[in-house]
Design a protein around this ligand. Structure first.
Ligand SMILES: [Fe+2]
Length: 384
């Protein structure tokens, strides 16, 4: 028998305004920080205005790398690492959504390791611990601030690569719900659906076990009952806080239990069609739930009950179908596309996408139902 493992080395600060409390902690990480942000609005996030004086007060120099585009590629992280080396940065702060946080992880790893990140694809291939890394999310979505995963574009086939290693864990995550108040409704919806997909896929994953099951289920509850509210009113403090907590808990679950078919397919969709990750998983999740439910209907019944659906007395399979229907309804009510067609994916590319996703063995191996290539084609067709 193989032991179950739960490893979680990240110190987490959570709460409104918690970024302002980082000063003394940052001092212990080094004398020169590289701040990694996106090229767009996150580079002007209120957190930047808070961080700059905090660093100065604590005698820490600041260099900024604000060139991370959505779905960052290898060339971008190498440029970030080159800047950090040139300036003598001894730690890295990632600020923003999943893309800047993932880029910050690989930049921090490049500062501590020789060799090409392309050779780190898969599990456990980053040789040495990355440089000290602090992650500050401004979306409630990826949970990247508490995971050991970074997704970077630029594998041998130009695909998205998942690099998973305990050497990529941030030392510190500061999750401040106030930083998410200015997220527009569309981004709130797509990133929130990413978090819900993490919660659902980690709950039914083959490696799920008691601690991750508890985390996943609570995350489903928080996200499902607050996502529409957060989209309708960005300054709804309770909804924003619940979304941040849900995304954080789902991230903790994912890191130990893995993900599933919606993520395998969405990586292929993102790389080939440019559909945003959260939008792709939002479209795919109800279809993947319908495909998977025959492998573990009881687990999907738990999800339905946690969502607050009245499934008492229903056979597990019917309750599981109700969970998938409720997720589909939620997506239709959100300001994001709810089908591949609406997202601009042409039907002719479905076979290519399925073939690409089928190569994603890691995600496929944690999916609760075995798949053959034709299954992936069918799930994509159902999402048309
Ligand atoms: Fe995701």
């Amino acid at each position: 028998m193989t032991a179950n493992v739960y490893r979680f080395p990240v110190q987490v600060l959570f709460g409104e305004g918690c970024v302002k409390e980082l000063g003394a902690l940052l001092k212990s990480f080094g004398k020169h920080a590289l701040l990694v942000t996106g090229a767009g609005p996150t580079s002007r996030s209120p957190a930047v205005a808070v961080l700059a004086p905090l660093l100065e007060e604590n005698g820490i120099a600041l260099s900024r790398f604000q060139e991370v585009m959505p779905d960052p590629d290898m060339e971008t992280v190498e440029r970030g690492a080159a800047l950090a080396r040139e300036r003598g940065c001894d730690f890295v702060i990632g600020l923003g959504g999943g893309s800047p946080l993932d880029a910050a992880k690989i930049i921090a790893a490049l500062l501590a390791n020789e060799g090409e990140p392309a050779s780190w694809e898969g599990v456990g291939r980053v040789p040495r611990r990355c440089k000290p890394l602090i992650c500050i999310p401004t979306t409630a979505g990826t949970g990247s601030e508490v995971t050991s995963v970074a997704v970077i574009k630029g594998g041998k086939r130009g695909q998205k690569m998942s690099i998973v290693s305990h050497n990529l864990y941030p030392l510190l995550a500061a999750i401040d719900p106030e930083l998410t108040y200015t997220m527009p409704p569309g981004l709130t919806a797509s990133t929130g659906m990413d978090a819900l997909t993490h919660a659902v896929e980690s709950y039914v994953a083959r490696r799920a076990w008691e601690p991750t099951l508890a985390l996943s289920l609570r995350a489903v509850q928080l996200i499902y009952s607050n996502l529409e509210r957060a989209c309708a009113d960005g300054s709804d403090a309770e909804a924003r806080r619940s979304m941040c907590m849900g995304s954080f808990l789902a991230g903790m679950a994912v890191t130990a239990s893995g993900l599933g078919l919606a993520h395998a397919l969405s990586h292929a969709l993102g790389a080939h069609s440019g559909v945003a990750h959260g939008t792709a998983v939002a479209i795919l999740l109800p279809r993947v739930m319908r495909f998977n439910l025959e492998a573990c209907p009881e687990l999907y019944r738990d999800i339905a009950a946690t969502m607050g659906l009245d499934v008492s007395g229903l056979p597990a399979r019917r309750a599981a179908e109700a969970a998938a229907d409720a997720v589909e309804e939620l997506v239709s009510a959100l300001p994001i596309p709810s089908s591949l067609k609406e997202a601009g994916v042409v039907e002719t590319s479905i076979e290519t996408l399925a073939a690409e996703a089928f190569l994603n063995t890691r995600l496929r191996s944690s999916n609760p139902r075995d798949t053959v290539l034709e299954d992936l084609v069918e799930v994509l067709r159902a999402a048309q």
